[in-house]
Design a protein around this ligand. Structure first.
Ligand code: RB5
Length: 147
């Protein structure tokens, strides 16, 4: 199950991604927003990131204008590995090497077609584990050291 969220800058791409997920028969939940009013990206970033970190969703997709604000906000939540990607290669690496559990996109950077393609590449890629898991363990230790 995938949690999807955006701000007003990512609303159009969020809608297209939800339609694509629906077409592919993938389970998802749109956590908003649901109209074009201006909203603050940290609120929706937190909503999706905390739900993924709590295990309510397997993964999340966040979209703001550039993707920058959403990735900064989502990565504040322990257990979240949010990756801002711009092309098929970074979308693939985000899963294969970083096992990103939140994919972040820029709605004002990408065409709707490319944005949807990047979600598909990320979903269809697999984490490689091994040395990459060891590196993720080091990231988790950074979180643990803060407590
Ligand atoms: C909103 O205008 C814009 O700042 C936001 O969508 C995002 O790009 C922030 O990083």
């Amino acid at each position: 199950m995938i949690a999807v969220g955006s701000d007003h800058g990512g609303l159009e791409l969020k809608q297209a991604i939800c339609e694509m997920l629906q077409t592919r028969g993938l389970e998802f939940s749109d956590l908003g927003p649901f109209n074009e009013s201006s909203v603050d990206y940290p609120e929706f970033g937190k909503k999706v990131a905390t739900a993924v970190a709590a295990g309510e969703f397997e993964s999340g997709i966040l979209i703001c204008g550039t993707g920058i604000g959403m990735s900064i906000a989502a990565n504040k939540v322990d257990g979240v590995r949010a990756a801002l990607v711009h092309d098929p290669f970074t979308a693939q690496m985000a899963k294969e090497h970083n096992n990103a559990n939140v994919l972040v996109l820029g709605g004002r950077v990408l065409s709707v077609e490319l944005g949807c393609q990047l979600v598909e590449v990320w979903l269809d890629s697999n984490f490689e584990g091994g040395r990459h898991q060891m590196r993720l363990d080091k990231i988790h230790r950074i979180e643990a050291d803060r407590k």
